[in-house]
Design a protein around this ligand. Structure first.
Ligand code: PLP
Length: 387
């Protein structure tokens, strides 16, 4: 039987994590247990399953896989990435304070400011690229520090260990949204985080066919609190979605390798192009906190943003609307390459002055390199930029 402690490489882990042959039949893939309830032999005599909101064998296998991928002891699956973040926020009480990055995923910021702030939770949004800004906002009411690294869409990097060190003797928990990096490239728990979160919708699922979220932790008390919320609220994924993600995870290692190969090739090509102005990709030498990225990540991923020298809206719109392989769509992390215009699409809900402050201007284009061949992606961008 596979023992995850014996896995040496990430791809080996990804193929085997969480999945054991079905005890009844030997089926190598975990069956899809499409059932809401479980028959008991006598009252209270059951095989560990009573009702599928509380637990389901297909979801159990996936949650074990989530834990293994992040080097955690506990994994929890939710019906979306935001439902996972919501579970973390539900552990807070009025008067508690949260320090969060100022360049968060738009939906996360919206959940914080429109739902939890009016309930009496205070949020400090700071530029976490410099941990001193986190230190300055920390006080005895801080209960949660929430980071994304790399961020969306500017691929900004925060030093996870440096922020964890600030919280060493502080009761606040450190949560890291690891969606962009994936556990193949960065493992926040090993760097001192208490909770890792994923929008499984993106790289873990990997095939643009499921919306799901995950939380992972090494701390039993944190797991117990979050698991109770998962059951009390019931924002759980169904067994078919769990099966699709179990299948997706098997190729996470090999997919991320190709995403990174494409990231390198496309970022370098863009940076050398006379019509391109700035390229945001953490693997670019000289990019902000590049050394931190090189230390805490094993590679730099396939998410790239860039601006054109012609900074008109018309020029960036034309590029976004002329690619043939890159599909014009929100989301990221799937096998197919996507292109989008943050100011008009994913970040349209961020007020214009906030966008300007962050550097999300009208000329910014974001791409998610899929796993196609690098030469084809470059040829597609060439015809869109030069055509
Ligand atoms: C997509 C995304 C989320 C939200 O996840 P959903 O699955 O869409 O609910 C949170 N954080 C990041 C970084 C994301 O990209």
């Amino acid at each position: 039987m596979f023992n995850e402690n014996e896995a040496r490489g990430f791809s080996t882990l990804a193929v085997h994590a969480g999945v054991e042959p079905d005890p009844g039949t030997g089926a190598i893939m975990t069956p899809v247990y499409m059932t809401s309830t479980y028959v008991q032999e006598g009252i209270g005599q059951h095989k560990g399953y009573e009702y599928s909101r509380s637990s389901n064998p297909t979801r159990d296998a996936l949650e074990a896989a989530f834990a293994a991928l992040e080097g955690a002891s506990h994994g929890l699956a939710f019906s979306s990435g935001l439902a996972a973040i919501d579970a973390v926020l539900m552990t807070l009480r009025p008067g508690d304070e949260v320090i969060a990055g100022d360049d968060l995923y738009g939906g996360t910021r919206r959940l914080f400011t429109t739902h939890y702030a009016p309930l009496g939770i205070r949020f400090h949004f700071v530029d976490t690229q410099d941990p001193a800004n986190v230190a300055a906002a920390l006080n005895d009411r801080t209960r949660l520090v929430w980071l994304e690294t790399p961020t969306n869409p500017l691929l900004r990097i925060t030093d996870i260990s440096a922020v964890a060190a600030l919280l060493k003797d502080h009761p606040a928990r450190l949560g890291v949204d690891n969606t962009f990096a994936t556990p193949a490239l960065q493992q926040p728990l090993a760097l001192g985080a208490d909770i890792v979160m994923h929008s499984v919708t993106k790289y873990l699922g990997g095939h643009s066919d499921v919306v799901m979220g995950a939380l992972m932790t090494r701390e039993s008390d944190v797991d117990a609190e979050l698991r109770t919320l998962q059951n009390n609220v019931g924002a759980i994924p169904g067994p078919m979605d769990c099966f699709l993600v179990l299948r997706g995870i098997k190729t996470l290692g090999i997919r991320v390798r190709q995403h990174c190969t494409n990231g390198h090739g496309v970022a370098e090509w863009l940076a050398a192009h006379p019509k391109v102005d700035k390229v945001y990709w953490p693997g670019m030498p000289g990019s902000p906190n590049h050394e931190v990225a090189a230390r805490q990540m094993s590679d730099f991923g396939g998410m790239i943003s860039f601006t054109l020298k012609d900074d008109s809206l018309a020029a960036s719109r034309k590029v976004c609307e002329s690619t043939k392989i890159f599909a014009l769509a929100e989301s990221l992390g799937g096998v197919e390459s996507l292109i989008e215009h943050p100011a008009l699409m994913t970040h349209a809900s961020v007020p214009a002055e906030e966008r300007a402050k962050l550097g999300i201007d009208d000329s910014l284009i974001r791409i998610s390199c899929g796993i196609e061949d690098t030469e084809d992606l470059i040829a597609d961008l060439r015809q869109a930029i030069e055509g």
